[in-house]
Ligand binder design. Structure first.
Ligand code: SOE
Length: 410
């Protein structure tokens, strides 16, 4: 700088350091699994990437004072609140991030938008179509006041899925014929796993359908570049009665029971097919009973000119078959999605060093910060979240009517 060069006229180059950027002060509601994941996102985005606003972890909120204080310390939040209404009213918060079970999404989002905040809401957007519609209306009104709202479908932010989207849009697989998606987990295989909130309709809205099916519907539509026109589905609940969880139960399948059992009021598995307006057809499977499968989100797209395949358990890779190559040496090849010109890779490590699940939340925070700084609607929007909700509702309706083909409401 000037002092070091020793010349009175020398000036330092105008380097805007991250700490000189205007802050984006975040208040987050919820501090369990998704709260920890979103905390990572907010904490890291401004360090890995050059962002126009500097995310600040201003306040975290949860009902249990001691637990939320501990979460604040652990994840780096400056303060803790026990009442989300107090959090959304705080003058020193610009954005409210909702990481609670689905039954409180709509109420918190509406209050936060009314209080002038931007909103990020975990998926599924809401527990019902009616709630999601109210959220979309509120988001539209807020948009006119310069506030933005996004739903958190984080699997769009895996570099390999973002690259797949780019390749489909560039015509690399040509006209789409098939989309084949599964999202398989196994944390409910044990009938002694307790009845946590994800198994209660009044809290979670639905079971595997909303928890896992929402992700694969969004991802399939995002990659296909179009919305489903209709679906036929089946749902099943394999274990209808489970031990009640202890008050301290944490995580997906913590076994601490208080005694007594309760009814499982959601689906354990959902299986459905769908049609796209282009003529492509799709199949979907979402379950927590796929013994041995931990977080197996797999998607394959077959087009007239080629195919793409992705497996979340190998998330740095994308398989691509170029059907226009001579048959003698054509075949699926593995693209290692770690080059600096691959989506999101400009902020990370040299080629081959790889990313993980948590980076999707960093990328989500990054994209939202850019949209807010530029004053444009981030994607996926609340309207996108509502559309996914309508697909889920159509699957439930179809399942109720023995798999009758059910058009998606528009
Ligand atoms: C549990 O099934 C869960 O944590 C989902 O709620 C998340 O959305 C998914 O990303 C991982 O699995």
């Amino acid at each position: 700088d000037g002092a070091v060069t020793g010349t009175a006229t020398a000036t330092a180059p105008a380097v805007a350091t991250a700490s000189a950027r205007p802050p984006l002060r975040v208040g987050m509601v919820g501090y369990a699994f998704m709260g920890a994941a979103h905390s990572q996102g907010w904490r890291t985005a401004g360090r890995a990437f050059d962002l126009p606003l500097r995310p600040e972890l201003t306040a975290i909120c949860g009902r249990d004072a001691a637990a939320v204080r501990a979460a604040a310390d652990r994840h780096g939040w400056a303060s803790a609140e026990t009442d989300w209404r107090a959090l959304v009213e705080r003058d020193d918060i610009d954005l409210v991030d909702i990481c609670t079970p689905g039954d409180s999404h709509a109420e918190i989002a509406l209050a936060a938008l009314a209080a002038g905040k931007h909103v990020l809401c975990e998926k599924p957007l809401a527990n019902t179509v009616a709630e999601a519609e109210a959220m979309v209306r509120a988001a539209r009104e807020a948009d006119a006041r310069g506030q933005l709202a996004m739903v958190g479908f984080n699997y769009r932010r895996v570099p390999a899925t973002a690259l797949a989207r780019r390749m489909v849009a560039d015509g690399r697989i040509g006209r789409l014929r098939h989309v084949r998606v599964t999202y398989l987990q196994d944390w409910l295989v044990d009938p002694a796993a307790p009845l946590t909130w994800r198994l209660r309709k009044e809290q979670a809205g639905s079971g595997s359908l909303g928890d896992l099916g929402a992700h694969i519907v969004d991802l399939a539509q995002y990659l296909a570049g179009e919305h489903l026109a209709g679906v036929s589905g089946l749902t099943e609940t394999f274990v209808r009665e489970r031990p009640l969880p202890g008050r301290t139960a944490q995580g997906l399948s913590a076994v601490q029971a208080d005694g007594g059992t309760g009814e499982v009021t959601v689906d354990d598995a959902a299986l459905f097919t769908g049609r796209f307006p282009s003529g492509a057809i799709a199949s979907f499977e979402a379950t927590r009973y796929a013994t041995g499968r931990k977080n197996a989100l797999r998607i394959e797209l077959n087009g007239e000119r080629g195919s793409l395949a992705f497996d979340l358990e190998r998330l740095n890779e994308l398989s691509y078959h170029d059907g226009t190559e001579p048959g003698t040496h054509a075949g699926f090849r593995r693209i290692l999605v770690t080059e600096s010109d691959h989506p999101y890779l400009d902020g990370w490590w040299p080629p081959g060093h790889g990313l993980g699940y948590e980076h999707t939340f960093v990328h989500q925070a990054r994209d939202l910060v850019h949209a807010i700084a530029e004053g444009r609607q981030p994607e996926p929007s609340f309207a996108d979240g509502l559309q996914v909700q309508r697909v889920l509702a159509a699957v439930e309706e179809s399942a109720r009517r023995n798999s009758v083909y059910t058009p998606i409401a528009v």
